[in-house]
Design a protein around this ligand. Structure first.
Ligand code: FAD
Length: 464
């Protein structure tokens, strides 16, 4: 048994935990970061980084094909794409992340951490870490596996397998029309799998405007994906080494692999939450300061996927910076207050969470996808059809929406769908966070000829 004391103990060395720890160290606090698997977390090894490495070459090839005069021979070379992905993930070697942490002044411990009392964490049941100021939980999320008869009999991929596999299955079925489902359906279709996408609704990406799901479906169909809308998986069984999938309505499919992409739940199953009066497996609900609700003493903080707020790397890292700044300020005896948009509140979680779906076409959205009922909101939808988009790609197809608060005449939501719209998104995020009045936004003149010209068309369509 060992016993050590730090100012701050951070559980979970994913991107969010790394940020919380680095920021606490920057604030002068002695901090330890604990991970039971790989420092760098899901994002670096099995999620954001490898999935984008798998998608980018296919998007680049499709973009090149849309330009007459660009000589594009052949298809994707999956082996080379996997090699490049492995370069980014270091084939699972997290020594670079550990080195970075030590360089940033963070102490690391590897092992399974459980909360064992107030301001106390025990690693692997034998190393006690005491926190003078705070414990920060950044344990991320784990896949949610639906209870479907026969699922355990067949060859199933989760998102980890879908982002790390180096063999292309002949037939891949994908269950789930969320971000992971559509991204991986397109990536693997472009590597040569025959992909069947099974979705419960009329279109994928239900959290976005309908035109987003519709345009993504058009892109998937162009890549040969068969989309089974208003469907679901009822039962699965193994037949001659393949998966036989029974869908709603009696349709059946045969696949070599089934990717289950049906969402995630907080990674709190075995975290010792019971020791502080919380339920194992539950979401760690937090105040905007990062303090976990329903725990006395304001010493337990959480950030990232585990809080169920905005399950995105960038947003989790933002919450981590806020929580660490709150801890640092309190440790120094400085007041933190609760005023919105202060450094001590993750206010943006409520108004301006940006997210990109890296399919072709891309979906880039921030704030509200649609007007809220009972609010003075108005949506304006237009095609992205400006000089910049026409020059960018022949037959450019895209759509944009703004949601305007008509009383304050500011934006509360923006969505772009189209090729290469991801980097337009930050302009929208700035407009929403800055609450830039539309009559002032009018003076932000987009360069000619760029896809950003869509901003001018949107304001004109609103009536300016
Ligand atoms: C396929 C896929 C693609 C994605 N693409 C994107 C994207 O493009 N952009 C984006 O913003 N988001 C993306 N996401 C979401 C993103 O991966 C998560 O939001 C992000 O990883 C959350 O970071 P985190 O640090 O909270 O959790 P994680 O990255 O899950 O890290 C949690 C860490 O905690 C450790 N841990 C857990 N329990 C314990 C314990 N008891 N003791 C010690 N250590 C523990 C784990 O080992 C892990 O290292 C994607 C997700 C998936 C599945």
């Amino acid at each position: 048994m060992t016993d050590e004391t730090f100012d701050v103990v951070v559980i979970g060395g994913g991107p969010v935990g790394e940020n919380a720890a680095a920021r606490a160290v920057r604030g002068g606090l002695k901090t330890v970061l604990v991970d039971h698997e790989r420092f760098g977390g899901e994002c670096s090894f099995w999620a954001c980084v490898p999935s984008k490495a798998l998608l980018r070459p296919g998007n680049a090839l499709a973009a090149a094909r849309r330009l007459p005069g660009v000589q594009v021979g052949g298809a994707l070379d999956p082996a080379k794409v996997f090699e490049r992905r492995d370069y980014f993930t270091g084939k699972g070697d997290d020594s670079g992340q550990v080195e970075w942490a030590h360089g940033a002044g963070i102490e690391t411990r590897r092992g399974h951490a459980r909360i064992t009392g107030e301001r106390q964490v025990t690693v692997d049941g034998e190393h006690v870490l005491r926190a003078t100021h705070a414990v920060v939980v950044c344990t991320g999320s784990v896949p949610r596996i639906p209870d479907i008869p026969g699922l355990d009999e067949i060859s199933v991929w989760g998102s980890r397998e879908a982002t790390s596999a180096s063999e292309v299955p002949g037939r891949l079925a994908v269950l789930g029309g969320g971000v992971v489902g559509v991204e991986m359906a397109q990536a693997w279709a472009r590597f040569g799998s025959r992909v069947d996408l099974i979705i419960t609704g009329a279109r994928p990406l239900p959290k976005y405007p309908d035109f987003a799901g519709d345009l993504v479906v058009e892109g998937l169909i162009e890549d040969g994906v068969r989309v089974h809308a208003n469907s679901g998986l009822v039962a699965a069984s193994e037949v001659d080494g393949a998966a036989r999938l029974e869908l709603t309505g009696g349709e059946t499919l045969t696949a070599d692999k089934l990717l289950v992409a049906t969402g995630r739940r907080p990674g709190t199953d075995d975290l010792g939450l019971e020791s502080v009066g919380l339920k194992a497996g539950s979401t760690l609900t937090t105040a905007d300061s990062g303090v976990v609700s329903d725990v006395d003493g304001e010493w337990l903080y959480a950030a990232g996927d585990v809080t169920g707020r905005a399950p995105l790397t960038h947003q989790g890292k933002y919450a981590a910076r806020v929580a660490a700044d709150v801890i640092t300020a309190k440790a120094a005896g400085r007041p933190v207050g609760e005023s919105p948009w202060s450094p001590y509140t993750s206010t943006a979680d409520h108004y301006a969470v940006p997210q990109v779906v890296f399919t072709d076409p891309e979906v880039a959205s921030v704030g509200l996808a649609s007007p809220e009922e009972g609010k003075p909101h108005r949506a304006v939808d237009i095609d992205i059809a400006v000089a910049g988009s026409s020059l960018h790609a022949d037959g450019y197809q895209g759509k944009a929406r703004i949601v305007v608060d008509t009383e304050r005449e500011v934006l509360v939501g923006v969505t772009f769908v189209g090729q290469d719209v991801a980097d337009l998104l930050h302009s929208a995020t700035i407009a929403i966070v800055g609450e830039v009045p539309l009559h002032r936004l009018w003076h932000a003149v987009p360069s000619f000829p760029t896809i950003s010209e869509v901003w001018l068309r949107l304001l004109e369509a609103y009536g300016l």
